[in-house]
Design a binder for this molecule. Structure first.
Ligand SMILES: Nc1nc2c(ncn2[C@@H]2O[C@H](COP(=O)(O)OP(=O)(O)O)[C@@H](O)[C@H]2O)c(=O)[nH]1
Ligand SMILES: [Mg+2]
Length: 393
């Protein structure tokens, strides 16, 4: 009897030691594999799917209890369902670190801790160790860092720099934000025509664009990527207002030229009524604010958008003027897709200074939104939401 108790104790001790050893090895290996480096990113290696595991280094030292489940959902599940073919995406500079930490941790807290969708970070310069470590620590999902190739970022040689400089100087005189900035123009052109071509994004269809220093106010109760797929949507937004005309003086004449040249790309039941109040003659400057985008990259990769981007690129307006990716994306989805494929995420609370969208009514209460319901751009004078909604009445 006594001997029996002793050997049982010895058995338990051996078991605990073995389990600790097993756990230690698992955590150590896991931390090694989780980050996809910029090198493999450049080579186009898709992120690896992995088990959700606690990352806290403390966990290595503590003898784990086998009854404590790992945090987060099973790797392939999002809110109880298989994850969609989608990724979270952020373009950022190393100097954006504090803002990136803020945005990523809010996105994790409001949505992604339930899903573990992968994160992809892009930059035209290598991310610092600091940036990589901080981003990796905030999520249980896979994290990848991609280096944007030079030809997708910098002003092409065929752009007449004297003309471009004259355009910038004129805008500086007009007091336009980012008027004199070439990097800002690089960013707008990259977001218009190249982000979806990055090797790291190739495995994915949908993305949610996240910027440093934005705010997400509400808990997500469902997976917006599933929503997009199930409702046949290609583009989702939360804020819509008017573009500053001096940044795009010749954009609409280029669009009209494109329409005349390629009329077959214009969709039946398109959203021209959102863009123009006179049947396409003039642009009313309405656009979806692209710092928040949940969208289908198959649309950007498709024939119509590719032809459209190439056409705009040939005009040089990304550099001679300051064409933004917001009007470029908005005009494309409004013209080359039927309007029912566009979606206003009314229930998602979002802020990019100085504007915000705050959900109303039941959505605000149910989703535990932290925003002031009176502070929402939707039906203010600067908003294009009424124009969007009128198309469906
Ligand atoms: N890597 C990189 N990212 C940039 C650069 N300029 C802007 N971005 C990113 O592009 C996005 C939009 O830039 P932002 O400065 O927020 O422009 P705004 O929202 O139009 O005021 C953000 O995600 C920035 O982090 C740049 O020169 N390099
Ligand atoms: Mg921004």
């Amino acid at each position: 009897m006594v001997l029996g108790v002793l050997s049982r104790r010895r058995y338990v001790v051996v078991l605990v030691v073995l389990m600790s050893l097993f756990y230690f090895l698992k955590v150590a290996l896991h931390d090694d594999r989780r980050t996809v480096s910029g090198v493999s990113a450049a080579a186009g290696e898709p992120p690896k799917d992995e088990q959700t595991q606690p990352k806290d280094e403390q966990a290595v030292a503590v003898v784990p209890s086998p009854v404590v489940p790992p945090p987060g959902p099973p790797e392939h599940l999002c809110l109880g369902r298989p994850r969609a073919n989608a990724t979270l995406l952020m373009l950022a500079r190393n100097s954006d670190l504090a803002g990136a930490i803020s945005s990523v941790s809010q996105m994790e807290d409001k949505f992604n801790k339930h899903c573990n969708y992968p994160w992809i970070f892009l930059n035209e310069e290598p991310f610092t160790e600091d940036f990589r470590r901080e981003m990796t620590r905030l999520t249980n999902g896979t994290v990848s860092f991609g280096l944007v190739p030079k030809e997708h970022w910098f002003q092409p040689d065929w752009i007449d720099e004297d003309l471009a400089r004259a355009g910038r100087d004129k805008m500086v005189e007009q007091g336009i934000i980012y008027a004199g900035s070439v990097p800002y123009r690089n960013m707008c052109r990259f977001n218009s025509g190249f982000f979806f071509q990055q090797p790291l994004l190739q495995p994915y269809r949908y993305y949610w664009r996240v910027e440093p220093d934005v705010e997400y106010f509400c808990d997500m109760q469902y997976d917006p990527f599933h929503f997009m797929q199930e409702h046949d949507k290609i583009y989702g937004f939360t804020i819509s207002f008017y573009e500053w005309e001096p940044t795009i003086p010749t954009l609409w004449s280029s669009v009209k030229e494109f329409i005349t040249k390629y009329p077959h790309y214009i969709a039946e039941e398109n959203a021209m009524a959102y863009l123009s109040d006179d049947g396409g003659e003039t642009y009313n400057l309405c656009h979806f604010w692209s710092n928040f985008e949940i969208a289908d990259m198959d649309f950007w990769r498709g024939e119509a958008y590719q032809a459209f981007f190439d056409f705009l690129e040939s005009k040089g307006g990304f550099y001679y003027e300051r064409w933004g990716d917001a009007p470029v994306h908005s005009i494309a989805v409004a013209l080359f897709a039927p309007r029912h494929k566009l979606h206003f995420f009314t229930d998602v609370g979002y802020r990019h200074s100085p504007f915000q969208h705050c959900p109303q009514g039941d959505d605000w209460a149910r989703n535990k939104c932290s925003c002031d319901r009176m502070d929402t751009l939707d039906y203010r004078q600067q908003s294009c939401i009424p124009r969007f909604q009128r198309m469906f009445q």
